[in-house]
Design a protein around this ligand. Sequence first.
Ligand code: TYM
Length: 332
Amino acid sequence: LPRLYSGMQPSADSLHAGNYIGAILQWKKLQSSHDALFSVVDMHAITVPQDPTELREKTRRTAAQYIAAGIDPASSTLYVQSHVPAHAELAWVLNTITGFGEAGRMTQFKDKSQKQGADATSVGLLAYPVLMAADILLYKADVVPVGDDQKQHVELTRDLAMRFNSRFGDTFVLPRPVIQKETARIYDLQSPGSKMSKSTDSTAGVVWLLDEPGVTAKKIMRAVTDNDGVVRFDRESKPGVSNLLTIFSVLSGRSIETLENEYAGRGYGDFKKDLATVVVDEFEPVRARTLELLDDPAELDRLLAINADRASEIAEQTLATVYERIGFLRKV
Ligand code: TYM
């Protein structure tokens, strides 16, 4: 089976609709036809300040949401990044073949560091995509299903793999990003010009997987639309409605065209009410199952430990080859 790798940061109490639709739905679809690994990337999360107690809890919550959403920890390898030290070790090696300018040109780094200012920006944030490359290359992943915002990082990963291979001999597999065009970017319901994000100031436009059903419905009913009252997909002039159509279509399995026809001449009220039902029907079982899993953290931790051992076995082999190729003296 081709190998698949993906991950998410445990940087919020809940995943949001963008993570779910842009990433998890693809993971679910691909896991049975791939040898799949999914990580909770706590080492990435600390590239911006995190509260230690909260980070631990968010890491468990993120893992629980993967499982609740349908990632099977018996057949897929679902683990916590920091449980496998090889990630940090390979990242160090890759740091030494990454250009300072090359890392500085990553758009996500540029955005975040501009917002924070140079002194508040950690070297870890600069090296973040290199750590992501280490995640992917350790497992020789063929495919990496992600949302649009991670595409550049997967391209850097390919560049680093090629560079290492040509300098030290064929070692890494070149991974391919898998991006579902229609759902690669889900937008904030209050500002449909920006992507839905874990780190926005106001979460009025962010639909959390773990929101209470009533809260979810309210957020959808209050979503920003426009004044012409026509349910029609047009990203340019109707970004709000188009975003809602995307979400409706992917969660209901009905095409955008079908939905446009169904709501023709009916305004936005019915459309939003039905969308709220569709979203709540999809998210509520995931929320309930997540809370159940979190009731038994010891069992969850046990599952994560077993899965980390599985991941380690692969990762250690790759790291040993890398150390050999670059000329580290082997400890006898
Ligand atoms: P993260 O935690 O920001 O996001 C997790 C996944 O969700 C996707 N995503 C979205 N998709 C559609 N619309 C949105 N509004 C939206 N917001 C987020 C992201 O593209 C991502 O697929 N660096 C990564 C985590 C990572 C990783 C990896 C991924 C670390 N190592 C190795 C793949 C392979 C990140 O911060 O994702």
